[in-house]
Design a protein. Structure first.
Length: 296
């Protein structure tokens, strides 16, 4: 279930939705609570108002509501909500509107104040603590707030693998043709290669890395943006270079950079649509607990 669906139902149930660092949405108290109805609920756009307040903190009730409807433990639910809102604030800060599905759109004025353009509130019935079984090679995965991305990338693995095999075969043929027809016939026939062959290891860590890389290549659109998933920060360059060498040896697409010559960052770069950034961060957090997103 997407986090936007949870926000809609929480607003409909409590008549108030507090998003930390953004503000508070209010729903007209006369609007009935139809969460238990078998039909979708439509609320007029003028029934929702917004109060800008960047000082509001996390709503414990909202976190508990996310836990109830996603089967996540509370710390993970809180982390998902914080990641979603942190990314939302970054979009607003660079002048992009933030659309909360079925609630409305937020835009940032030059003065720094957020203004709200309400939409039509639509809420579909949800069932607490319902776990959806994924039909992916007999494995069952926990449904999370960004599950759409997980399903989409797995459906592409088969076709992408075939494309990769064909490309590698074509490259091998071109290399053979250049060697066969382009080299001087007087060159010695026994050529040796100094390139070290590194055996591949079958591990979930590298498998997931390959899936993300394939998904990144397949999902590029004109709306794609550049961003980094920062793995960790180091106070000295030698320490950062040591970590970069380690990740590079594991076939990770990692880079080293600094914004102030004081803190050195190790990150993985991406070029994807804005809607995929939070999903990528959620996936990589399984391996890098301190990971966070930084727009270029």
């Amino acid at each position: 279930m997407k986090i936007e669906q949870v926000l809609v139902h929480y607003l409909l149930k409590t008549k108030q939705l507090t998003l930390q660092g953004i503000g508070v949405f209010h729903l007209d108290a006369t609007v009935p609570d139809h969460i238990d109805s078998d039909k979708s609920t439509f609320i007029p756009e003028n029934a929702i108002t917004f109060e800008y307040n960047p000082k509001v903190t996390e709503d414990e009730g909202l976190v508990d509501f996310i836990v109830e409807h996603t089967n996540k433990i509370k710390p993970l639910a809180s982390s998902d909500l914080d990641s979603f809102l942190s990314l939302s604030r970054q979009f607003l800060n660079i002048g992009k509107p933030l659309t909360l599905q079925n609630i409305g759109t937020l835009e940032k004025l030059n003065s720094g104040v957020l203004v709200f353009k309400p939409g039509q509130l639509v809420a579909q019935k949800i069932e607490p603590n319902k776990i959806k079984e994924q039909e992916t090679e007999g494995e069952e995965q926990e449904e999370n707030l960004f599950n759409d991305y997980q399903k989409a990338r797995k459906s592409k693995i088969g076709s992408q693998s075939l494309v990769i095999i064909l490309v590698l075969a074509l490259i091998a043929f071109i290399g053979w043709a250049v060697w066969h027809f382009g080299l001087d016939k007087n060159e010695p026939e026994n050529l040796t290669s100094t390139e070290q062959i590194v055996p591949l290891k079958d591990s979930a860590f590298k498998s997931d890395s390959a899936i993300i890389a394939n998904s990144q290549s397949a999902n590029k659109t004109p709306d794609s943006i550049s961003f980094n998933i920062v793995i960790n920060e180091y106070p000295t360059r030698p320490a950062a270079e040591w970590r970069l060498k380690k990740l590079t040896s594991q076939k990770r697409n990692a880079i080293l950079y600094t914004n102030d010559s004081i803190t050195f960052k190790i990150a993985e770069p991406f070029m994807l649509p804005p809607s995929d950034t939070a999903r990528i961060l959620d996936s990589l957090k399984r391996y890098y607990t301190k990971a966070y997103l930084e727009l270029k």
